[in-house]
Write a protein that binds this ligand. Structure first.
Ligand SMILES: C[S@@+](CC[C@H](N)C(=O)[O-])C[C@H]1O[C@@H](n2cnc3c(N)ncnc32)[C@H](O)[C@@H]1O
Length: 477
């Protein structure tokens, strides 16, 4: 076979956009070269829908079978050149021919499976814009598909990097045990608006090369895929690079890139328009991720604190109901302990160690040991086992509580009237004694049997304004 290119690629020289037919890419690679691709994100031509310039290309004027054969050859080469940990995302859509829907995404998926790729997921890309018309038998189309493939089960998938806090339901403050402190995994409908011609500047920017490329990727969507499926220094690849948005974003996120396109005009656009544009846009993209990281740090801190403080309230509420007791306790210490979680505890979604000292009401008709056994048993079962806390539980007398306060030598905050998400104030020893005395008589800080909670954990909701739901109201039930 004659080589299409009389050069081989110097793989020490990444960050290249090559004018090259992806079907013939393997001819540039030295024989037996080890796999080097970490991530592929690409959008091949949608069969013969568009002519990408007067150059050789896949799709245009080809039969459907020839087109799919070209695609299969390309992705077979890329399979060989991809590492075991690699991921491939293919953006594609269905099309209509003679009134019939052609399921191009599935036909391509079958060809990719033929050459070894494992189909993992389907993401719906909601482009946020649609053409103003529709046809009979076709709604206005606003989405395309992103099919995810991998080479092995050892693929990179850093979901924590793309978790968000933004779309968290407002109930997380009241039900911290139900929400992950790490934020929320995005759902599989991704809303990223397609860049418009306007956002790429005017004709003037392009000189003679009036911007005709109708389908550039949204840079923020590329950033999400790059962060999800690659590390810094990895090789990010696009065999149908077009404007090269993926490549420019990859470079800015400290990855190496390689892109191919048969049309030399797009390489020119990449150098002259895409790169400067992404140089600007990456600032906003990075800011969004930094803000989200900051929000996730706040959420993590808040959820951990809220869980420690809500646990005694919730378990006492259940205890009162089950044991038919009115005022079993006159106070509880909820203490967060210094503790280094090991890997197995992290895998079990543990968040930390907490000690609870339940101060038994002297007039309650209960034995310490019985109460301890009931609380221990309850804490081992849902919902209390879902708090992610490694627990020490004690049942103590009023005298023992007074001794405990003195031994603690820490700031202790008061949570009264069953409000466990906003500290009332930091209490001194004298105030503590007063509160305990009061609780024995008039139950000033007790609400429906939930006694005051004394804790070394301080939470003030106003410190979490960046992540608090707008309509959040304090609730006492
Ligand atoms: C759907 S567009 C890709 C747009 C790109 N995702 C972006 O962000 O601009 C498909 C591209 O594939 C290129 N192309 C078509 N056949 C090709 C082939 N055999 N090898 C390499 N590139 C090809 C076209 O020139 C076109 O730029």
């Amino acid at each position: 076979m004659t080589k299409a290119y009389n050069t081989t690629l110097d793989l020490n020289q990444f960050n290249q956009y090559l004018t090259c037919n992806s079907k013939k890419f393997k001819e540039l690679i030295p024989d037996n070269y080890p796999p080097f691709i970490d991530l592929i994100v690409t959008s091949p031509p949608y069969w013969d829908m568009k002519e990408y310039g007067k150059v050789e290309q896949t799709g245009y004027k080809q039969s459907y079978e020839d087109y799919l054969n070209d695609i299969e050859i390309t992705f077979a080469t890329l399979y060989k050149l991809s590492k075991e940990t690699a991921t491939l995302y293919v953006n594609i859509d269905t099309l209509k021919r003679n009134g019939k829907l052609i399921r191009l995404p599935d036909d391509i998926a079958k060809r990719l499976e033929n050459v070894g790729w494992i189909h993992k997921d389907i993401i719906i890309w909601d482009k946020g814009k649609t053409l103003p018309w529709s046809h009979k038998g076709q709604m206005r189309n606003t989405f395309e598909y992103i099919y995810m493939f991998v080479k092995s089960e050892n693929y990179k998938y850093y979901i924590e990097r793309i978790k968000t806090v933004d779309k968290l339901k407002e109930w997380w403050v009241d039900y911290p045990e139900r929400y992950s402190p790490e934020g929320k995994v995005p759902d599989n409908i991704w809303r990223f608006t397609i860049p418009t011609q306007g956002s790429w500047g005017t004709k003037k920017n392009f000189g003679d090369l009036e911007f005709k490329h109708a389908c550039p990727f949204p840079p923020d969507m590329m950033a999400r895929l790059i962060k999800l499926s690659s590390d810094e220094g990895d090789v990010v690849f696009d065999p149908y690079a077009g404007t090269g948005i993926l490549l420019a974003v990859a470079e800015k996120l400290n990855r190496r890139y390689l892109g191919l396109d048969t049309n030399p005009e797009y390489k020119e656009i990449f150098e002259r328009v895409t790169k400067p544009l992404i140089n600007k846009q990456i600032i906003a993209i990075n800011q969004t991720y930094e803000q989200e990281e900051n929000k996730k740090r706040l959420l993590n801190e808040a959820i951990n604190k809220l869980r420690i403080l809500k646990f005694p309230k919730a378990i006492i509420k259940a205890f009162i109901k089950e044991q038919n007791q009115e005022f079993p306790f006159i106070g509880v210490f909820a203490l967060s302990e210094h503790y280094q979680l090991d890997e197995s505890e992290i895998a079990l979604k543990k968040i930390g160690l907490a000690s609870y000292y339940f101060i038994l009401n002297p007039i309650a008709d209960l034995y310490h040991e019985d109460v301890y056994n009931i609380l221990r048993e309850m804490s081992n079962n849902a919902p209390f086992s879902k708090y992610g806390l490694i627990l020490n539980i004690y049942v103590i007398t009023v005298d023992e509580a007074i001794q405990l306060y003195q031994d603690l030598n820490q700031n202790i905050y008061l949570y009264g009237n069953a409000v466990v998400n906003d500290a009332m104030f930091c209490i001194s020893f004298v105030e503590f004694l007063e509160i305990i005395q009061n609780e024995l008589i008039n139950k000033k800080y007790c609400y429906k049997g939930i006694p005051p909670i004394f804790s070394n954990v301080e939470i003030t909701l106003s410190n979490y304004e960046d992540i608090l739901p707008d309509k959040y109201k304090k609730r006492n039930d």
